[in-house]
Design a protein around this ligand. Sequence first.
Ligand SMILES: [Zn+2]
Length: 559
Amino acid sequence: MNKKLFLYDTTLRDGAQYKGISFSLQDKLKITKLLDDFGMDYIEGGWPGSNPKDEAYFKHAQYLGLKHSKLVAFGATRKPNTATGKDPQLASLLNAQTPVVALVSKFWQYHVKTVLRTETSENLKMIYDSVDFFKSRGREVILDAEHFFDGFKDNSDYSFQCLKAAIKAGVDNVTLCDTNGGTMPDEIATIVAQVKSKYPQLSLGIHCHNDCELAVANSLASVNAGVTLLQGTVNGYGERCGNANLISLLGSLLLKPSFNQNFSLNPKIQASQLTTLSQKVANVANMPLKNDAAYVGNHAFSHKGGIHVAAIAKASQTYEHIDPALVGNQRDISISELSGKSNVLLQAEKLGLDVSQNFSQVLSSIKSLEQNGLTLENAEGSFEMLVRKHEEGFAPLFTVENIQITVTNLKRSSELDTELCTASVKLSVKNKTTHMVEEATGPVDALNRALKKALSNFFPQVEQMLLTDYKVSILDPENASAATTRVWLQSGYGDERWATIGCSDNILKASTQALIDSYQLFLIKFQNNGMTSASDTDSQHINLDTNNSHQEVQNNGNL
Ligand SMILES: [Zn+2]
C-alpha cells in the first residue's frame, strides 16, 4: 500500500517574508480559501504572538469554514527559565484556537548557547514543557526543529536528546528544518534515514530553504528516506532565496512514477489545478509568476528552435517531460529567426490561419524582420498581421497617410515648465480621409489618442480597445542616442490580449508600427464578433462631433 504524504503550506508565514511581498489581512484570507479549495492538508496562517495582523487573521479564519485544511498557528517554545503558564507567546498561540500548533525549537547546541544564551539542558526542558502544554490542551503539535541538519552534523547526540524530549511530551510530528538551505540532498537523505532508524514510529516532516536551489530536491530526497510531512510555499516564496516550492514539489510527487507509485496524497489534490493555484496566489501576492517556473510557467512548455518544434509536432515527449495539460498548462510555440516550418505552421494553426499556400514567403519575411530587430517571439499579434498581410486579397482596413508630432515646452522660465505634445494623424479608409489632432503630455500618448480618434470616425468600436502595456528596449546601446529602439505593446479588449511590436532608430516610428498593427488586428478580430464592421460604418458613422475643437474631418479625401 502507498505511504500517505501530507502537505503543509507556510506561504502565509515563511512565504510572507519574501522580499517584495506584503500580504494584507484580506490577502491572507483569500489565499487560505484557495489552499483549502486545492486540498492542502495544513495551512500555517501566521504567528499570532508576533503582530496584530496575524492575531486578527486567526479570529477571521475561524469563520472561513475550511473543508479540507487544518489551520496551524505558528510560534516558538517557551522562553528560557519561564513557566509555560506565564509565557504570553504561548497564550497567544492558544488564543488562536487552531486545531494544530507548530512550535519552532532549537536543535543546534551552538545556537542554544550563542543566540538563545541558555543551557542546553534548559533547551531540552523548553521543548518538553512547550509540547506538553499544547498536547495537554488537546492540540496537534508539530515541532519545527530549527537548524536540524547543522545541529546534527555538529553534535548528533544533542539532536537525539531534543527529539527524545519532544517524543516524551507526546509530539505528533517533528519537522526537520534546513534553515540555512545549505545542506546537500545526499546529506539530507542520510541524516533523515538515521533519525528514522532510531525512532521508526516518529512522524517526520521536512522544511527546506532554497539557498542552493535544492529545496525541492532536498524535500524529495527526504521523502525517499522516510519523511511524510512536506512543508513549503506556493511558488517557493520565502526568506532569502525562498522555501521549497510546493507547486514543483507536487508536480513531481503526483506525476513521476518513482513517487506516485509509492506514495499517495489527499485525493482532493489534483495536478491539473497546479497552474491555476500558482497563478492565483501570484496575483494575490502581486508577484508576477516567473516565466521559467517549472511545470506552471509560461515558458515551461515553450519551444523555439525549429528542430525541436518539428520533433514536438511528431512526438511531444521528445522535448516535453510531461503533457502540459496534466498540470493545467499549455504548449507555446515561439516564432523567431530560429523558427522552422513547424513553428510557423503550429502557431498559425493555433490562430486559425492557413499558411500552406504562402509558407515560404511568410518564413522569409519573419527572418528578414528579425534581422532588423523585430523579434516576433513575444508578439503573436504582429505574427498574425504578418501572416494576414501575405494572404491573397489582403487589404488593410485603413491606411495612415501622414503623422506629425510636435513637442512644445510651455512656461520655460517657470520651475513648473511642462511639455505639451501634439500629434496629427491623417488616415484613409477606402476613399475617405480623416485628419485628427490630439494633445497629451507624452508623444506616444498623443499619437495613440489621435490615431484612435481618427479611426473612431470609421470604426467606433476602437474606443473600447485599450493599451494595457508598453515596453521599450534598446537593441544597440553602443549607438547612444542613435540606437535602435524596439517597442512592444500589449492591447486588450475584454479578457483578450495581443502583443505587437515595432522597431526603428526613431522611437515614435517604432511606436507607430506597433500601434497600427494592433489597431488593424483589433478591427480584423472584432469586425465579425458582434461589433460593427468597417463596411457597415462607412455610411452611418462618419458623424462629425463638431463640439470637439481638435477634430478636423473631411470625407472627400482632399484634406
Ligand atoms: Zn523557514
